[in-house]
Write a protein that binds this ligand. Structure first.
Ligand SMILES: *[C@@H]1O[C@H](CO)[C@@H](O)[C@H](O)[C@H]1NC(C)=O
Ligand SMILES: *[C@@H]1O[C@H](CO)[C@@H](O)[C@H](O)[C@H]1NC(C)=O
Ligand SMILES: *[C@@H]1O[C@H](CO)[C@@H](O)[C@H](O)[C@H]1NC(C)=O
Ligand SMILES: *[C@@H]1O[C@H](CO)[C@@H](O)[C@H](O)[C@H]1NC(C)=O
Length: 840
């Protein structure tokens, strides 16, 4: 039995190896790409296993695993819903508005938890086996201590010791973990040491460990612990992108289905400063209500509504539901069976079941929707999604769709012709079909055409290929990104540009989430309420360079707010686990997130420097952060804070006039900040008047804006860049995340007592205002949620009506495009091309 197992495993390895050899990626010289082979290639494992079947102690591991299998794992993975009621919102914001009422209990460590039963038995066996130097046993013990599998207590020191031992045997998985622990200093297992981290990641990356490769790449992009180097970053990202592409193409015709899991936790609460106060949710940069991204809370409502309409025979609703289920998104699991049912509901309205002919008098527009639904159904048969693969049926459905000019059907039949799937191969026919479909801006057809031209290899063809890829990249097509990156990297048909090639590689690498990252586990753990595990998984992704993960890590660590959802409304919120109390680490990740041009994070950094959280207070740095956030991106929150610093002379010269200017600008940047800004202005005017009246030495508010400007904003930035913050210039078109100070974070520790009389009056006023603010905010939130749900509904309806030709595209790509290198919403870090391109 065991011999049999071993031979099967060996066989599998051989298969994996040979298929890896078959792997076709764009060659340096030839720049060829062949979809046929791409479709045929098999899964390529990112890690090469050195299989050691007869390691001593393996029986013990085997026995241990039998023990572990006895342990019941609570598999209650449930989707939780955000509170949407007024009460929920009040509870949500109450702790924030009344910070002094929160009692922080001392963190209670579970006192040396005991393990019992099968877990204890298993662990004992593993320890015995580990004594015989069995690598599997060491690895399992390390994982248990790190991740806490089977509710084994976490002990990072022990985990480190095990990983360290295994790493010295040259096991790259363990080297990666050692690198991770050195990089983060997690759980105080070791001192944070970026040089050692780099060393271990380099070992692991050289052995082909994907996550280490990404970590190194990300470090070279922003210069964390290493000199900034586009070439090095590009080298490592290319390696990962190659694997990502091989994986993507190993899927059914058309590639793997990608459902993005990466998201920011803070987006669910309207940004790190809350709804209306953060850049993501206010001002000109607010994320638009969009059924595929922001309206997560409302997706259930949308589904419910559409389902109702669908039952009433509304074919547009049925079609859109089908699409939603087919594509899937966070908060809505992909469900091809349901999707097919909804599509079928549309097609049966048009094609009669008995003879397959169209009905005589179809409702207006039914024909169009039916043909689109046919395209989807054909695609499912072609790819074997929820059904067995059947080319004949696929062809039948595509032909139905093509009769009415459906782009997806044209593409599908094109693919079948191109690869000879179930029909004789006919490339010219395929090209014809692709062209027709590309004319309707169907991105997959753009890519297919581009690849065909790339194959020809003449300069003219390369130029055409390049423009096809450009067209597809507007829809964030992953293959197009990869092709463009390859062309730029090798200088084939395009100028060699490291910065942009790197940015595209990065995007490709990061989007292969299931292959390279722990996003799914992280989100699942978070939804299950296991915040420590979620934190660890986010941390792993953050080290790999995902901006969203960096943001999540910082958000979870952020001590100034405890936004982790309450486990129950009745409980008092338990103290954060000690793992999540690490403001120094929080600052590191706010910084890294800010480097990737997240403005909320930049303002957060400022807050940390101002209040001395996780670092020594450094008012100048705080001012620099705020200035950076306000100058480039017009963050109202940052402007407000700058005004406050001027008003109180913290870190900046006390100057009421300048303060007023900043307050005014804050209001300009975000009118939602009206209330706090007006209150502050009132107070400022009073103080200024008092100052004038008593002939104080502070510059009072003058009527005319004084031409004097004693420091330039760009100077601040320039200085700031010289210093230890890795912040790059040129992140332009920043489109998600401005902070606004409707929240006006009470920075109330620096009030001077000179103005005590005036102040106490003001404070009285403020108390009243806060009560009003609470009420106002709850109302706003409610209205906002309603508006969003409404907009989402309408969006779906309209989408159905107008932009149907784009139906296949990744969700939510429609809203932003244009520009030379349009933003790639599926990969938000993508706007990084700008700095990179400028810098090199
Ligand atoms: C385990 O490895 C160490 C050093 O690598 C060696 O000294 C020891 O003898 C080994 N133990 C067994 C049981 O093989
Ligand atoms: C490292 O060792 C563990 C346990 O033996 C094994 O599962 C893993 O595949 C190894 N990693 C590599 C890259 O060989
Ligand atoms: C332990 O848990 C981690 C995180 O969920 C997971 O990645 C790992 O595979 C688990 N290990 C074992 C042996 O179950
Ligand atoms: C391929 O398709 C073209 C155009 O549709 C057609 O003219 C040609 O005869 C086909 N070739 C073969 C070998 O079937």
């Amino acid at each position: 039995m065991r011999r049999w197992l071993v031979s099967v495993l060996l066989l599998l390895q051989v298969v994996a190896f040979t298929s890896a050899a078959d792997q076709q990626v764009l060659e340096d010289d030839a720049a060829t790409a062949n979809l046929q082979q791409a479709a045929d290639t098999d899964v390529v494992q990112s890690e090469q296993h050195t299989w050691a079947p007869y390691q001593s102690g393996w029986e013990l591991v085997h026995e241990a695993m039998t023990e572990f299998r006895k342990i019941k794992v609570p598999s209650s993975h449930r989707k939780t819903k955000k509170p949407t009621s007024v009460f929920g919102i009040l509870f949500h914001y109450l702790p924030k508005l009344l910070p002094s009422l929160r009692v922080s209990a001392p963190p209670q460590e579970h006192a040396a938890p005991v393990i019992t039963g099968p877990l204890l038995e298993g662990v004992k066996l593993l320890q015995q086996s580990a004594e015989q130097n069995n690598t599997d046993a060491i690895y399992l013990l390390a994982q248990f201590n790190f991740f806490g599998n089977y509710s084994h207590p976490r002990n990072f020191k022990t985990a480190f010791d095990h990983y360290y031992r295994l790493a010295s045997y040259g096991n790259s998985s363990a080297q990666y973990m050692v690198g991770l622990m050195y990089a983060t200093g997690l759980g105080d297992a070791v001192e944070r040491d970026q040089a050692k981290a780099l060393l271990y990641h380099t070992f692991a990356a050289d052995a082909g460990h994907t996550r280490s490769e990404m970590t190194l790449a990300a470090r070279h992009v922003s210069g964390v612990g290493v000199p900034k180097s586009c070439e090095m970053a590009c080298k490592y990202y290319k390696r990962v992108a190659d694997k990502a592409m091989a994986w993507f193409r190993s899927g059914p015709p058309g590639g793997m289905a990608l459902t993005p899991e990466a998201h920011r936790l803070s987006d669910d609460v309207g940004g790190v400063y809350g709804e209306g106060a953060s850049v993501v949710s206010s001002g000109i940069n607010a994320l638009k209500a969009d059924p595929s991204s922001h309206a997560y809370a409302a997706i259930d409502d949308v589904i419910e509504y559409l389902d109702l309409m669908s039952q009433k025979g509304d074919f547009k609703a049925s079609f859109n539901l089908g699409r939603l289920y087919y594509e899937g998104q966070r908060g809505l699991e992909r469900n091809v069976d349901l999707a097919r049912r909804y599509f079928a509901a549309v097609t049966t309205m048009y094609w009669r079941t008995k003879d397959g002919r169209p009905v005589d008098q179809p409702k207006p527009q039914l024909e169009k929707y039916a043909s689109k639904a046919a395209g989807y159904i054909g695609r499912m048969w072609l790819r074997g999604e929820g059904v067995r693969q059947d080319f004949k049926l696929a062809k039948g459905w595509f032909e139905r769709g093509i009769k009415h000019g459906d782009a997806q059907s044209q593409w599908g039949l094109g693919i079948m012709n191109l690869h000879g799937l179930g029909i004789p191969k006919n490339v010219s026919k395929a090209t014809e079909l692709f062209k027709a479909s590309a004319d309707q801006d169907f991105s997959l057809s753009h890519v297919a055409l581009g690849a065909l031209h790339l194959d020809q290899g003449t300069p003219d063809d390369l130029k055409i290929a390049s423009s096809y890829f450009e067209a597809a990249v507007r829809w964030a097509n992953i293959e197009a990104q990869y092709y463009l990156a390859e062309m730029m990297h090798h200088g084939v048909g395009r100028d060699k540009t490291c910065g942009m090639a790197m940015a595209y590689y990065k995007s490709v690498a990061e989007r292969a989430e299931p292959l390279v990252s722990s996003w799914t586990e992280a989100n699942q753990a978070y939804e299950d309420g296991d915040y420590e595990l979620a934190f660890l998984d986010y941390l792993i992704a953050a080290e790999q360079g995902y901006e969203k993960a960096q943001n999540n890590v910082a958000f979870m660590l952020d001590p100034s707010q405890s936004r982790l959802p309450l486990p129950s409304w009745l409980h008092r919120q338990p103290a954060k686990p000690s793992l999540l109390q690490n403001s120094a680490l929080a600052l590191i990740y706010w910084t890294r997130s800010a480097i990737q041009s997240n403005i909320d994070s930049l303002v957060k950094m400022g807050d940390y420097y101002l209040d001395g959280i996780g670092t020594e207070p450094a008012f100048d740095k705080a001012a620099q952060c705020y200035t950076g956030a306000s100058e480039y991106f017009q963050s109202a929150q940052a402007l407000y804070n700058l005004g406050w610093m001027h008003e109180n002379g913290v870190g900046l010269t006390q100057d009421f006039h300048l303060a007023k200017r900043y307050y005014d600008q804050a209001l300009e940047a975000n009118e939602e900040a009206y209330l706090p800004v007006t209150l502050s202005l009132l107070k400022l005017r009073a103080r200024s008047a008092w100052n004038t009246f008593t002939h104080g030495r502070i510059n009072s508010i003058q009527d005319e804006p004084s031409p004097r400007k004693d420091w330039s904003l760009s100077e601040w930035i320039a200085n700031f860049l010289q210093e230890d913050i890795y912040y790059e210039e040129g992140y332009e078109t920043f489109d998600e995340g401005m902070i606004t100070g409707s929240d006006g974070e009470p920075l109330n520790d620096g009030l001077e007592d000179v103005d005590a009389v005036v102040e106490s009056l003001i404070i009285l006023g403020l108390v009243g205002a806060i009560v009003f603010l609470m009420y106002y905010r709850a109302r706003r939130q409610q209205a906002h949620a309603q508006a969003e749900a409404e907009a989402a509904r309408q969006g779906l309806q309209q989408q159905g009506g107008a932009g149907v030709q784009q139906q296949q595209q990744q969700p939510g790509l429609g809203q932003q495009q244009g520009g030379f290198f349009p933003p790639v919403p599926g990969a938000p870090d993508f706007r990084q091309w700008a700095p990179a391109a400028v810098g090199h």
